[in-house]
Design a protein around this ligand. Structure first.
Ligand SMILES: Cc1cc2nc3c(=O)[nH]c(=O)nc-3n(C[C@H](O)[C@H](O)[C@H](O)COP(=O)(O)OP(=O)(O)OC[C@H]3O[C@@H](n4cnc5c(N)ncnc54)[C@H](O)[C@@H]3O)c2cc1C
Length: 408
């Protein structure tokens, strides 16, 4: 995500990142011209969809297995794109707020005529509200004071505050009568976009399917029950036997070492575990000689230990050399994966000196930064050096592709 954001936003790494992206696409094209894409998805069967977290957990994390057609291939580190539909109840709420029945005809982004109900269910993003949508909506009624104060550069913060926890239905309810033609919705709302999920399986073990590990987002805001569009779809409307439009997305910036004897350290709290289940299954299937060390974290060991049996089995059969867990709510003092890295700083540094690859997956907002600080600390301590020296050491690791992150 971060790599792609940099690639397309003209950030400092723009040129390098952009060439990497193009190179990746060229490679993917050369290997096997992808038949299925976000615009032409594969209609996969949901073979398996079960809850990984136990009853009583504050999280709702699911294991999902999706069927693949012959010739669809992926590598650990890749992601699967899921094309969701908005839930019917949310569509009905929008129709009610706008005073439409749903059978009105509109032209979609490709000028194909469909019903308004279908457009709201499958084409338009009616979930979390964006400032852009508020701005477009306000243009339809420049005289409305309540909307004026939510637009323009001076009102950014106020608009952000209004959008937080709100969806389009709230805007349409707060400012009724502004949409006078259903076609206007295509200017106001963004497209309903696919969501990416890290692949949590190795195709060497599961040749005909792709697995993912999805945290279902549910919350209450401004008096309504909300859910994430795609994760809610997976949580409520993707029973085994139903179909799900998907496509595979390769990510050459998150790959196991070519040398299978190299040590691997993986930091994957929460759904960040996903690509590491894939890495470990792959290393197990390959009989790779390199040692593997996994740090996993969640809230409570009894409720939230994702893939516990499989991981403990991997400790027993020697696939996992070390498994360190951090369950923040199991004791009075909160403990996180970065604390476990600090506790094991000496050995972490020894592994790095032996050429270990260090991977991080999961939350970008806090975890990734905290883990990087713990890693820098471990390097500084291990090398009796300063933090500046540790930063140079880490920069060299990055250059050698021995520090890879997939954070979102
Ligand atoms: C490369 C990549 C890999 C990923 N891998 C995984 C993975 O393995 N597993 C996984 O679960 N996810 C993964 N994600 C995230 C995933 O793509 C989706 O972003 C996530 O599932 C949310 O999508 P959604 O459609 O369910 O929610 P959306 O409809 O997009 O809504 C999510 C938004 O809801 C809002 N929100 C959430 N909680 C609250 C609250 N309490 N109060 C107010 N607002 C709130 C926030 O604005 C949040 O951004 C990955 C993302 C990327 C880019």
């Amino acid at each position: 995500m971060v790599a792609f954001a940099n690639a397309f936003c003209g950030g400092p790494f723009y040129h390098r990142r952009m060439s990497e992206v193009l190179e990746q696409e060229a490679q993917a094209g050369a290997e096997h011209a992808r038949k299925y894409t976000r615009n032409n998805p594969y209609h996969s069967n949901v073979n398996v969809n079960y809850l990984l977290t136990a009853e009583g957990s504050e999280k709702e994390t699911r294991h999902v297995e999706l069927s693949l057609e012959d010739g669809m291939t992926y590598t650990p580190g890749d992601a699967v794109g899921i094309i969701p539909e908005n839930r019917i109840a949310a569509v009905e709420d929008v129709l009610k707020a706008l005073g439409y029945k749903g059978d009105e005809r509109v032209l979609d982004h490709y000028k194909v005529e469909i019903s308004l109900e279908e457009a709201l269910r499958t084409r338009l993003g009616i979930g979390k509200l964006s400032r852009g949508s508020v701005g477009q909506f306000a243009k339809l009624a420049p005289e409305v004071e309540g909307l004026k104060v939510l637009t323009g550069p001076d009102n950014r913060a106020r608009a952000e505050e209004y959008c937080w926890g709100r969806e389009f239905v709230d805007l349409a309810t707060d400012f009724p009568g502004i949409i006078t033609d259903p076609q206007q919705l295509f200017h106001v709302l963004q497209r309903l976009t696919p969501r990416m999920y890290s692949i949590s399986s190795s195709q060497k073990v599961h040749p005909d399917s792709v697995h993912t590990t999805v945290r279902v987002i549910r919350y209450e805001a401004h008096g309504r029950d909300r859910q994430g569009v795609a994760s809610g779809h997976i949580g409520d409307r993707a029973d085994e036997g139903t179909q799900m439009p998907i496509f595979l997305h390769s990510n050459n910036n998150f790959r196991l070492p070519e040398d299978s004897s190299a040590p691997v350290i993986m930091i994957g709290p929460g759904t960040g575990i996903a690509p590491f289940r894939a890495f470990l299954e792959e290393r197990q299937a390959d009989g790779a000689k390199g040692p593997n060390w996994l740090f996993f974290g969640e809230q409570r060991s009894k409720l939230d230990f994702l893939y516990q049996q499989q991981l403990e089995g991997m400790v027993k059969d020697g696939t996992l050399t070390h498994l360190h867990t951090a369950f923040s709510r199991d004791q009075h003092n909160k403990v996180y994966v970065q604390d476990r890295i600090q506790e094991n700083a000496k050995e972490v540094f020894e592994w790095l000196e032996r050429g270990a690859y260090f991977y991080v997956c999961g939350d970008a907002t806090r975890m990734a930064k905290d883990v990087e600080n713990a890693l820098l600390d471990a390097i500084a301590k291990g090398s009796n050096g300063t933090l500046e020296h540790a930063a140079e050491y880490l920069a060299a690791m990055k250059k050698q592709k021995r520090y890879q992150r997939d954070v979102y």
